[in-house]
Each structure stands twice: as C-alpha cells, then as structure tokens.
Design a protein around this ligand. Structure first.
Ligand code: CA
Length: 232
C-alpha cells in the first residue's frame, strides 16, 4: 500500500520538484496550491502525510497545521513543514505546532525523502516497504509475500488483497487493540462506507489461512473492543 502524500505548496517550481521526486519514490501525490484546497482534499481522502509550506496565499501553513491538529480525524496526521529560511523554522519551533518535522528550503530531495520515510516509519509503518516479523510470520510488503517459519520449516501463505493489507496493518501495530472502525479507516480507507461486520468476515478468512501453520492464535479477538495481533 503506497503512502498518499498531500503537498500544500504554492510555488509551481517546488510543487513540480516535489511531485516528481515523490512519485519516483513510489508515493501517491496530491497537490494543493493553498490551504483551502488542501483542506478539501483532506476531507475527501485522508492522506498518510502532509508536506506543508509555511508561506501560502490565504490561510498560512501554520494555521492549516493548527486546524489539522484541532480536528479528531486529522489530529495524528503526520505533518512535515517546509520553511523558506532557517529563521522561519526557529519561529515555527517556538510556536510548537506539533509538526513531526521541519525542512528548510532549499532542500535536497534525497534529504526530504529520508525525512518522509522516517516520519512514516514512526506514524504509518504499514505504508513503508519494511519487512515485518512477528510470532514466526514474516511479511514482505514489496514482494507481497507472507511466510511462516515453524520448527525450521518455511511455508508460504497466500492471502487475498484485503487480508494481506489487514495482516500488514496488524503486524505493523502489534499488541494494540484496534476497533472495527479503526481497522476500516486504516485498511479499507476512511470515508469508505463498509459495514463493521465486514471486518469480522476478513478476520475469519485471515485466520483460516493462518490455521494450518498454527499461527491463527496470533490474531486475537478482544471482546467488546476489536482485534489485535499479539505473541502473548
Ligand atoms: Ca510559499
């Protein structure tokens, strides 16, 4: 699942530079020349990360960041602020907006990509290509392969696309209980209208594939709350 990055930037040259580099790195990119457009895009589909320019026509990047932080739906949305000068960055630091990182222009695309990756690894590990391992299961998002190592024997497990995404999400967020609503938002995408019991159906399918290898017990039902993956 490639991460969706919303770029809010008014300078066409920088917009293009960002778009080209982000797409080349495998991200899906949404572009907004101002905060109002950014806001509409966020309302339609929640991105995985926002690259936000400070100086924008109309609502400033700072005000937009504040707005995102004040709304429950976007409160935890990772934000990287782009600032024109080091002094702007100092000012932003002083404002304590809760941005996850700051990048000063002019920036090297390589450095920016490294920062994006670090923020996504922290806040949305299911969007990175990192291999995850838990309880004998090994999932490689790049090759879409899941294998199970049981007493030295390695078995390949084959999942449908939704089960794969669900397993990937659970494996990148282990030990935590996820409600059905949270799983729908994260795995199916928010603003996708699917009934909550759809989650149960896919959990059942997931367990059915895991069962022969004895790893289905990793997926635990937490009565009244939801599901979690746990080695305990
Ligand atoms: Ca600007």
């Amino acid at each position: 699942m490639s991460a969706v990055i919303l770029v809010v930037e008014d300078e066409p040259a920088i917009q293009t530079l960002l778009e080209v580099n982000l797409r080349r790195a495998g991200y899906e990119v949404q572009l907004a020349p101002d905060a109002e457009t950014g806001r509409r895009l966020v309302q339609a589909v929640l991105p995985d990360l926002v690259l936000l320019d400070w100086m924008l026509p109309g609502m400033s990047g700072i005000d937009f960041a504040r707005l995102l932080r004040s709304d429950a739906r976007t409160r935890l949305l990772p934000i990287i602020m782009l600032t024109a000068r080091a002094e702007e960055r100092d000012k932003i630091d002083g404002l304590d907006l809760g941005a996850d990182d700051y990048v000063t222009k002019p920036f090297s695309p390589r450095e920016l990509l490294a920062r994006i990756k670090a923020v996504l690894r922290r806040h949305a590990p299911q969007t990175t290509g990192d291999v995850v391992e838990i309880g004998g299961l090994r999932l490689d998002p790049t090759t879409h392969r899941v294998s199970c190592c049981n007493e030295g024997a390695v078995t390949e497990l084959v999942f449908g696309p939704t089960e794969f995404r669900l397993l990937h999400y659970l494996m990148t967020h282990p030990e935590r209980v996820h409600t059905r609503t949270q799983l729908l938002d994260q795995v199916w995408g928010d603003h996708v209208f699917v009934e909550e019991r759809t989650v149960d159906v896919h959990i059942r399918r997931l367990r059915a594939v895991l069962e022969p290898s004895g790893t289905d017990g990793l997926i635990q039902t937490v009565r009244g709350s939801g599901y979690r993956i746990s080695v305990a």
